[in-house]
Design a protein. Structure first.
Length: 564
């Protein structure tokens, strides 16, 4: 009964294009579709060009269920005209109409051919709505021939596009479609999962027919997992909705499913009433052989449950004979051919894919090996270059280090020699100062002693002694040692003299002379002896020098002078 299942499936999901939007034929009232069809057929002969092309495609899609042969007729005309007008959008629609017409007539190879051509065109055009519709159509084609995995692949692609668009209604369609495929695969719990997701998205919409369709699918799944109470609940809700919107074709199918549930619950009278109601509606619908066959099959099961084997056999024979008529040997052969073709193509694709993977892996291994060798060579060259650079830099460093050490040693020795010379000269200068000071003391003592001598009568002696005193005093004032001392000071302390004169230009020569002698750590008495002045004069000079240097009483004069 896959044909019947297919008709019910597309009533939920199939959408076709009119201009830039999609319209669901199965959501329309059949009488409304017939009115539109009559109107289109009236204006078609007067139409030309693009307008005629659009009319042909619209007429072809209305004929899907009414007369698939006319779908193929008008679809073929639309295809030729779209090619002539170079209208790819209408060409893609004409191809999908042809796919539908051949699919309804069970000519699966042709249906697949036109469906794939439409898919290629719509991929290039890039209209997500058109592309998703073609993917769903191909999905139902594979569902109809029993290749659920391929059907699931196409419907999953359609779902991804619907999620990208963000259209809740179309996402719900895809959830429902995927649920139906899982139902066909026997995974009823997973099917229920997708049906629930679909119902959640559309429960607040105004599209009551789709809500009823989802509830019906859930009822069927619950029946298959023996949750009969839940199955009855959802089927009755779906039946109530379809009764209100008066969609008799779908109502018959729900009545049949509800009859099966009551049969399992052993509610035989209720089961019979539902089957009778379905049969009456079916007769009114007209060309519905598959619905009659479905009713006959359930009637046979009903009578079998009542142990009325005669009636059960009669209805079963009606079902068997009718099935043979509907599902002809031609269809069986076509279906078998389609399956063989699909298996061959799938096997060929798998072999090609495996061969490509093998070649790719081989290329990867070769590339990896070559890359590893090149990397190793480059690494060796880089390491060798780095090692040579390190060796050269190390040798240069050691040479420079050696030269630096020798230079430092030479500088150290030179500095040490200069320091020794400086110390020697400083000590020499200090000793000279001390010597001068001591000699001056001797002179002064001599002069003092001579002054204290008492001469009574020897006036001439007194005169001689005075002359001697004057002579020594004169020599003291012209002392060559003192002059030599000052000359040495100027030589040894030339750097200090330059700095203090530059820094303190207001100092006099006597101030600078005193500063040098203080720096040499001579006492006030020694300074007084060297300069032949009194100690108090030295203290006055020191005070004046501190003031000119800007020192406080607490500041150390000697330390200050040493740091200049």
């Amino acid at each position: 009964m896959k044909k019947l299942a297919y008709l019910l499936l597309i009533s939920f999901t199939f959408v076709c294009f009119t201009a830039q939007s999609q319209k669901n034929i199965w959501d329309e009232n059949p009488s409304d579709s017939q009115v539109e069809l009559d109107s289109l057929l009236t204006i078609l002969p007067k139409s030309i060009g693009e307008k005629k092309l659009s009319l042909l495609n619209r007429i072809a899609e209305i004929y899907w269920v009414i007369d698939p042969n006319k779908t193929m007729k008008y679809g073929s005309e639309a295809l030729l005209l779209s090619i002539e007008l170079k209208n790819k959008d209408q060409e893609g629609l004409a191809l999908i109409n042809l796919c539908q017409g051949y699919l309804f007539n069970n000519i699966y190879d042709k249906a697949l051919q036109f469906g794939l051509q439409s898919l290629e065109i719509r991929k290039i055009i890039g209209n997500d709505y058109d592309l998703a519709f073609t993917l769903r159509t191909l999905g139902w084609l594979y569902y109809d021939i029993g290749y659920y995995e391929k059907a699931l692949e196409y419907h999953t692609q359609a779902l991804i596009i619907h999620e990208k668009i963000g259209d809740k209604q179309r996402i719900a369609y895809s959830y429902n479609s995927i649920g139906i495929i899982h139902d066909g695969m026997g995974d009823y719990n997973l099917a229920l999962f997708f049906f629930k997701k679909s119902l959640k998205l559309i429960k607040d919409s105004k599209n009551m027919d789709r809500i009823a369709e989802t509830m019906k699918n859930m009822g069927i799944c619950y029946r298959k997992i023996n949750e009969l109470t839940l199955s009855k609940k959802f089927l009755e809700s779906a039946l109530d909705i379809e009764s209100k919107i008066k969609y008799d074709y779908k109502k018959v199918h729900i009545l049949h499913e509800l009859a099966i549930v009551h049969l399992l619950l052993k509610n035989y009278q209720e089961c019979y009433s539902l089957l009778k109601e379905a049969r009456i509606i079916t007769k009114a619908l007209g060309n519905t052989k598959e619905l009659v066959l479905e009713n006959d099959k359930i009637m046979s099961d009903y009578y079998l449950a009542l142990n009325n084997y005669k009636e059960a056999f009669n209805f079963y024979m009606k079902y068997t004979n009718g099935k043979s008529e509907v599902f002809s040997s031609n269809k069986s052969e076509k279906l078998a051919e389609m399956r063989i073709l699909y298996e061959a193509e799938r096997r060929e694709s798998e072999i090609k894919l495996l061969e490509q993977q093998r070649q790719l892996e081989s290329q990867k291994r070769k590339s990896l090996l070559i890359g590893s060798l090149l990397l190793a060579i480059i690494a060796i060259l880089v390491i060798g270059s780095l090692w040579n650079n390190i060796k050269k830099k190390k040798a240069i460093y050691l040479q420079n280090h050696k030269l630096s050490k020798e230079k430092l040693k030479s500088q150290f020795l030179l500095q040490e020699n200069l320091e020794r010379k400086l110390d020697f000269r400083t000590k020499e200068l200090t000793n000279l100062a001390l010597f001068i000071s001591q000699r001056t003391n001797i002179y002064k003592d001599l002069a003092k002693s001579l002054k204290t001598l008492k001469f009574t009568d020897l006036s001439l002696l007194k005169q001689d002694i005075n002359t001697l005193i004057k002579e020594y005093t004169f020599k003291f004032d012209l002392n060559e040692d003192i002059q030599q001392f000052h000359a040495n000071v100027e030589t040894l302390q030339s750097d200090f003299l330059f700095k203090i004169k530059e820094k303190y230009p207001n100092l006099t020569d006597k101030d600078i002379q005193l500063a040098v002698q203080v720096k040499l750590k001579l006492s006030s008495k020694e300074i007084a002896n060297i300069n032949n002045i009194s100690a108090s004069s030295v203290e006055i000079g020191r005070h004046r020098l501190r003031k000119k240097l800007g020192l406080e009483n607490k500041d150390n004069l000697i330390a200050f002078l040493e740091n200049i």
